[in-house]
Design a binder for this molecule. Structure first.
Ligand SMILES: Cc1cc2nc3c(=O)[nH]c(=O)nc-3n(C[C@H](O)[C@H](O)[C@H](O)COP(=O)(O)O)c2cc1C
Length: 162
């Protein structure tokens, strides 16, 4: 098994969890970065995010520093934006072939996960998408217990029976 932790993070929460998962699994790690960062105050980012999610925008992203075709297992992390994954993740999901890969999605959010994991499944045709890890935050404080992350990553290391 060759695994990659692949994530987007706007304000750092998803990155924090991605790094925890990377340490626990020993997988490689790669960040999804939009060419043009979301700027302005929180409310304007929330509004821009809504427009992009509603219009299924695929913002241009910086070339990934890894070759996805080399990995059979991908742990995919995104913040929840308007009840789904964030637009830069859409760019990566629609621009690559996921066939034959095993995907473990995780999503950080303020308590409204929405249809994030179902939407990832829809985008990754031909992949086996495992049950996702829902991580609740209040601001930058993680409300989900670390044990849950440990259990979830342990399952990945065991070959992902769940
Ligand atoms: C544009 C935008 C939309 C959001 N929409 C949701 C949402 O639908 N449900 C939710 O629970 N939290 C929502 N949030 C909160 C984020 O999901 C949460 O703060 C997340 O942990 C941020 O991760 P990050 O620090 O990795 O960017 C939204 C935040 C932004 C900026």
């Amino acid at each position: 098994m060759k695994g990659l932790v692949l994530y987007y993070s706007y304000s750092g929460n998803t990155e924090k969890v991605a790094k925890m998962i990377q340490r626990a699994t020993g997988f490689d790690i790669a960040e999804i970065k939009p060419v043009k960062n979301y700027e302005g105050d929180y409310n304007s980012v929330v509004n821009q995010g809504k427009k992009e999610v509603d219009n299924r925008v695929e913002p241009e992203i910086v070339d990934l520093k890894c070759d996805l075709s080399q990995y059979d297992t991908v742990v995919l992390g995104s913040p929840v934006w308007w009840y789904t994954f964030a637009p830069p993740v859409r760019t990566v999901l629609s621009g690559n072939n996921w066939s034959g890969k095993v995907i473990y999605p995780f999503a950080t959010n303020g308590g409204w996960l929405g249809h994030t994991f179902e939407d990832i499944k829809d985008m990754c045709r031909g992949a086996e998408v495992k049950s996702g890890l829902n991580l609740k935050f209040s601001g930058t404080a993680m409300k989900t217990k670390k044990d849950e992350i440990e259990k979830w990553t342990e399952n990945i290391k065991q070959g992902g029976e769940l």
